[in-house]
Ligand binder design. Structure first.
Ligand SMILES: [Zn+2]
Ligand SMILES: [Zn+2]
Length: 223
């Protein structure tokens, strides 16, 4: 599913396997990246979707995990084996993936257990810029839904694209969610003034006003 000339959705509930969070592919000239990995059951479909879009000659440099939840990370290790990408996660969520914590990663919500895997690059602090091919992607720590949630911001054909993923939450004690952090993070997202929002489950929002309204609705709900 094409979002812009350089960004596609390659996985998700209807694209790969039931329960999968959205998986996005972004191409930066001679290199590409993936954002999130689904829960793993749809691995073959995700790989087939990627291969329809980019040639095997284009390396996938990074797989960014926006947060530790199973519906976004269960398939990460298999994608790394397939494509040789480095897995990036914020250090405050990486710990739950590296120890295979099925409670905080919500794997238990899916009657599954998370098989622990190594994170190649642990983001620290609030902001990090990654160069990829002819462009870059900025990771921003956006805690609340989980302690180490992060969003990714990039540009495609002059449009600001935000991979906000689970903007909608939910917040739950077993996920170590934090309401104050969540509101602060959503407020930070509003300030990014993205033209396109790629959400974790709810699809694509286009146009600054639509993106703002969508994010704002969760500030109002949660507040
Ligand atoms: Zn999710
Ligand atoms: Zn989540």
């Amino acid at each position: 599913m094409k979002i812009t000339d350089t960004i596609w959705q390659v996985g998700g509930d209807s694209l790969s396997a039931a329960g999968d969070g959205a998986v996005y592919l972004a191409l930066f000239g001679a290199q590409a990246v993936l954002i999130d990995a689904g829960c793993g059951h749809g691995h073959k479909k995700i790989v087939a979707n990627i291969k329809q879009i980019i040639s095997l000659a284009v390396p996938i440099k990074y797989l960014f995990l926006t947060h530790c939840h199973f519906d976004h990370t269960g398939g990460a290790d298999a994608l790394r084996r397939e494509f040789g990408c480095s897995i990036v996660a914020h250090e405050q969520d990486a710990v739950f993936l590296e120890t295979g914590d099925s409670e905080v990663t919500a794997a238990s919500w899916y009657q599954a257990s998370l098989t622990k895997f190594r994170i190649n690059h642990k983001m620290q602090g609030g902001r990090e810029v990654f160069s990829i091919g002819n462009g870059s992607i900025t990771a921003l720590h956006a805690p609340g839904h989980s302690p180490g949630s992060m969003v990714l911001l990039t540009e495609s054909r002059g449009q600001k694209v935000l991979f906000g993923q689970d903007v909608h939450g939910p917040l739950h004690p077993s996920l170590l969610s934090n309401h104050g952090d969540y509101i602060a993070s959503l407020t930070m997202l509003l300030g990014l003034e993205a033209d396109i929002l790629c959400e974790g489950h709810f699809g694509i929002y286009r146009g600054r006003d639509n993106v703002r309204q969508f994010i704002q609705s969760f500030i109002s709900d949660a507040g």
